[in-house]
Design a protein around this ligand. Sequence first.
Ligand code: NAI
Length: 347
Amino acid sequence: MGRGRGGRARAPSLGQAPAPDQTAAASARQAAAAAAPPPAAPPPASGTVFAVDAVMTGGASSSPPPRRGVAAAAAQATRGSSAPDAALHGSAADSFSRAGQTALVTGAASGIGQSIALGLAQCGANVALVDRNEQGLAETAALIVPTGKKTIEIVVDVTSAVSIDAAVARAQAELPGPLTLAVNCAGIANGCAAESLDESVWDDTMNINLKGVWLSCLAEGRAMIAHNQGGSIVNIASISGTLVNRGLLQTHYNTSKAGVIHLSKSLAMEWVKHGIRVNSISPGYTATPMAMRADMKEQRAMFEEQVPMERMASPDEMVGPAVFLLSRAASYVTGHDLVVDGGASVW
Ligand code: NAI
């Protein structure tokens, strides 16, 4: 959510802006280098930037010799024009289209996952709908029918590696094209004071909210690595992964969501070389069945009071952010946690 990010020491890579405290030394080195013949181009790194960089800098054929990263981008750009992040040509509006892509959405039977699955179909993707709630999956499939896009409904418990692996295999076998888009949204929430929390509730929350996202990412990422056409994964975290919601007793939930945010960043770093972007979305208070439970009536009034926009989000308001992160419009965005909270985290 953008808090407390300052102060982390990090070695800059070639082509990256230097940290302020390194600028003076770098200037001195540059002055010395200006009098000397240019050094040989460093060997290309593998897959450190996305294809769009090749377009912006002229790609592999540009002169002088490519700097580190551009060669990698050019190599990636040749990987296949169907890659979801293939070089940006055409209008900005086109860059949001997901036409012809194959997507998988967990938690697709309800709430945010249902809205995102429908939104992806409206943007042209065929969608594998994954959830443990069979009836909800049928409802989502019915909502998608008017788009004309293909869907398959797959009943899965995301805590089972075998089940989620099989779901990814089915998506690739039964929908056109390789899996290039995934949204991992399945989750649960409940409140309980930390000192009274039953160990089994902690385990369930971690198993579904964190391990389930991890297993889903693994199944999706392995498929994307295997087909070598890149991909984009969005994990649904929560503002509770970064802040502690005033008045909500949910240590277990908050902790699971913090894990989802950091899992996403970690996978983003590991899979960048495969052309796979991994980001998370942290919704604020959203009016889904999870938050509209009868026992949450008082809390909903509190939520509205705590949000600058003075209302909860509609699940539909998570669609645009998800489509953006899954689209070519976000081709240079990875390892990011996109907070969508009506301003709840600004005060
Ligand atoms: P929801 O209850 O409407 O949807 C959650 C879906 O996940 C359900 O369809 C459920 O069947 C499915 N699910 C749960 N456990 C599963 C399992 N083991 N295997 C397969 N599917 C399973 O809730 P909502 O609000 O749409 O939540 C979606 C995600 O958004 C969750 O990860 C939640 O933590 C997150 N979120 C929700 C917020 C809210 O205010 N509603 C705020 C921040 C994050």
